[in-house]
Design a binder for this molecule. Structure first.
Ligand code: SAH
Length: 538
């Protein structure tokens, strides 16, 4: 290949400030013989050019002639930079240059060389100034009907609104073109609440940068022009301390005590909670990924019009995609009862249906997870079968033995009272209270955070077991022979101290160690364990 082969460098220079230009873009400007671009853009990058580069300025609407001129020069052997703000592949020059080349029958092997240099698009630069409004599934829509029929743009706005995408509107308004943004707002208001957060960013990372936080109902009260990008939140987007944030989770979870529960740090980055997080968006090729994007889009739209298991609610009489809500709780035959009846299992199966899951936990319960927006119906159905429902998460779980199938009756009323007073109570970290009816302690009370064992008519108390991990250990026997009537007040006082003094997420054994004593019971150092290699987990 001759050394005189020309080259087209299609450069996205980012929002307009040198610091936000990529290293490769900067380098490429110095490699080229000429730079072709729209006046304003040429001015923006001029400071980094040298005497070597010839500048070819054009007007804004002369995009086609700009692309043709670039190709012509490259064919003569020049290295030509064609510039776009943001990314050249996003409403920029990249596609146009390829179209001109294709018209000429260009082939990569024989023709001029082409390098597309990516840049930070307005959706990214503007989002960064607003906070984290994109975060989740989002789309960009240009409101310019210069090259696209307005009817099609409207359809896209409608589909995106319906599918709850975060939407970045490019080219929202110009001096001449003022109706589009008004109609767009009207369409969006049919599907989204008027208080949906909206961010307006003008001239991101340029001299006259201006950021406005507003909402869907009031967005038109502010200046919107050709240098503005409008970011419309989805149904979960919120404002926090002057920032616009869209949470990453798909599902809102609620359990018996907290009607709404966000994902906790340890739940994040788990495949099931955030399926896209671990594989970085790389999915194995499946039948669906072989279909074209148009086929997939048509399918998605068709699904939206069908009855789907996902709940839809009406705003202004229209159906709107609603974030799926998951109801999570645990269920058991009781604190003491250990046998399920067939009717109870049928009732559970009925509630779980095809969409839910039931998981058998280490605490002898079934953890139920069902998509629903009406948990009360589920609660009623299960209560009707005398099943016991327990909240899950950072709550107190009372675990009792079966008191030898109810034969060892003496401690039962205490177990019931402890469940009534403390079961399901929210605490810093999940805490298990184990109650065993005799010295055999066969239900393992001494391996719970707090264990009480009924022996010789009185209670023994164990505190601070570490239930999991390679250095798991049983609780420390801190008292023997606590009088029956004292056991409930003693536990209440211990829990009160934990509630008042524990730091968030602090497990009971860590708390016991840190504070040194709980209700006068001193902590004693646990002897170091032999360290062995873990077989599973880390
Ligand atoms: N290729 C560009 C988009 C060009 S279309 C990119 O990837 O960003 C022009 C539109 O982009 C403008 O109407 C505006 O909506 C948006 N835009 C580009 N630069 C911007 C900036 N610095 N601040 C805000 N919006 C910007």
């Amino acid at each position: 290949m001759s050394s005189k082969r020309g080259k087209l460098l299609i450069i996205g220079f980012g929002p307009g400030n040198e610091k936000h230009m990529t290293f490769r873009a900067r380098e490429a400007f110095l490699e080229c013989d000429s730079v072709i671009g729209y006046n304003t853009y040429v001015d923006l990058i001029k400071p980094i050019l040298t005497d070597k580069q010839q500048i070819v300025r054009t007007g804004m609407t002369e995009e086609v002639s700009r692309a043709q001129e670039a190709v012509r020069r490259a064919e003569k052997g020049e290295v030509v930079a064609v510039i776009s703000s943001g990314d050249a592949g996003v409403y920029g020059m990249a596609g146009l240059v390829y179209e001109v080349l294709m018209e000429k029958g260009w082939k990569e092997d024989e023709g001029v060389a082409v390098e597309i240099i990516p840049g930070v698009s307005a959706v990214n630069s503007c989002a960064s100034l607003l906070g984290a409004p994109i975060m989740h599934d989002a789309c960009t829509i240009s409101l310019s009907d210069h090259l696209t029929p307005w009817e099609l743009i409207k359809k896209r706005v409608e589909a995106a609104a319906q599918a709850d995408f975060v939407i970045a509107l490019y080219n929202p308004r110009s001096g001449r073109r003022t109706r589009q943004i008004v109609e767009t707002q009207q369409i969006l208001l049919r599907y989204r609440s008027p208080d949906t957060p909206v961010g307006l960013v003008k001239s991101a990372y340029r001299e006259r940068q201006h950021v406005v936080l507003t909402d869907l109902a009031h967005m038109l009260d502010h200046e919107i022009g050709m240098l503005t990008t409008v970011i419309i939140g989805n149904q979960s987007t919120f404002f926090y301390d002057g920032k616009m944030i869209t949470p990453r989770g798909y599902q809102r979870k609620y359990t018996l005590t907290a009607m709404e529960q966000s994902l906790k740090p340890h739940e994040r980055l788990k495949e099931e909670a955030e399926p896209w997080a671990l594989h970085q968006g790389i999915v194995e090729e499946t039948e669906s990924s072989k279909r074209t994007s148009t086929e997939l889009a048509e399918e998605a739209l068709a699904l939206l019009h069908q009855e789907t298991p996902t709940e839809t609610v009406g705003i202004n009489g229209l159906s709107v995609f609603k974030q799926e809500e998951i109801f999570e709780f645990a269920v058991s035959p009781g604190v003491i009862a250990k046998t399920f009846t067939a009717e109870q299992l049928l009732a559970i199966a009925n509630v779980v249906g095809k969409e839910g899951t039931m998981e058998y936990t280490t605490d002898h319960r079934l953890k139920i997870s069902v998509p629903t927006n009406d948990p009360t119906q589920i609660i009623d159905e299960l209560n009707a079968q005398n099943l016991m429902l327990h909240p899950i998460g950072d709550v107190i779980q009372v675990k009792a033995c079966d008191f030898c199938n109810g034969e060892k009756v003496d401690a039962i009323p205490y177990a019931e009272e402890i469940q009534q007073q403390l079961g399901g109570k929210s605490v810093a970290k999940q805490l298990n209270i184990g109650i065993n009816g005799c010295g055999m302690a066969c239900y393992g009370a001494v391996t719970d955070d707090i264990g009480i064992v009924f022996r010789k008519g009185k209670f023994d108390l164990f505190l601070g077991a570490k239930t999991i991990g390679r250095n798991a250990h049983v609780g420390q026997p801190v008292a023997e022979g606590i009088e029956r009537e004292k056991i409930v007040p003693t536990l209440l006082a211990i829990i009160k101290q934990y509630e008042q003094e524990a730091i968030p997420n602090e497990r009971f054994y860590k708390f016991f160690k840190r504070v040194g004593q709980v209700q006068g019971y001193p902590y004693r150092e646990v002897p170091a364990q032999v360290v062995v290699d873990a077989v599973c987990g880390d």
